[in-house]
Design a protein around this ligand. Structure first.
Ligand SMILES: [Zn+2]
Length: 184
């Protein structure tokens, strides 16, 4: 990510406050860090449904659905999930240089970000989990088109795990599946 522009061979810079510093020669460049906000949840939690309203409600942040990088990163073969998550941290660090925070919507777990190469270039990471009852989740997953995965048992287990792990829980009882009328 940040490399010294003076040293040979290449030296990776270290984060210090809002600056990236070469520990060998003292070269510095801007390396601002901002908080990262992650809105996680198992499939059927309502992540897709809140994306557009959340982006509209938070003009000072940049909001992403992490799934948007799955297809491009799969293009060369199977997806390396650690590289995928690290890419998002890199994107968030880039956005921080414009003094904005990033909000990631995606099925992430706190421990999946610990130790990634770009983690140290991000400020504090705050997680919230979108949750609903198992019954609501089943109904939402059943309403999806057939090309989306339907491993309902796995999604229920992941939801239970997130509920145990993350203390900020947002219930999405009111959120209906996309393209479903209020009476549907
Ligand atoms: Zn240097």
């Amino acid at each position: 990510m940040h490399y010294c522009q003076r040293c040979e061979p290449a030296v990776g810079l270290e984060p210090t406050a809002d600056v990236a510093v070469c520990s060998r020669c003292g070269w510095t460049e801007p390396g601002r860090r901002e908080p990262l906000y992650v809105v996680t949840g198992a499939s059927g939690s309502g992540k897709s449904a809140i994306f557009a309203p959340l982006a509209a409600a938070l003009p000072d942040c940049v909001v992403f659905d992490v799934d948007w990088l799955i297809d491009p990163m799969k293009a060369t073969g199977s997806l390396d999930w650690d590289a995928f998550r690290d890419a998002w941290l890199s994107v968030a660090h880039g956005i921080a240089q414009g003094r904005r925070s990033t909000v990631l919507l995606g099925p992430l777990m706190p421990e999946q970000l610990v130790g990634l190469p770009s983690r140290r270039w991000i400020g504090p990471v705050h997680f919230a989990v979108l949750d609903c009852t198992d019954e609501q989740r089943r109904a939402r997953l059943d309403a999806r088109p057939s090309w989306r995965e339907h491993a309902i048992g796995e999604h229920l287990a992941f939801a239970a795990q997130l509920r145990r792990t993350i203390s900020t829980v947002l219930h999405t009882r009111q959120i209906r599946p996309l393209n479903t009328s209020p009476n549907g």
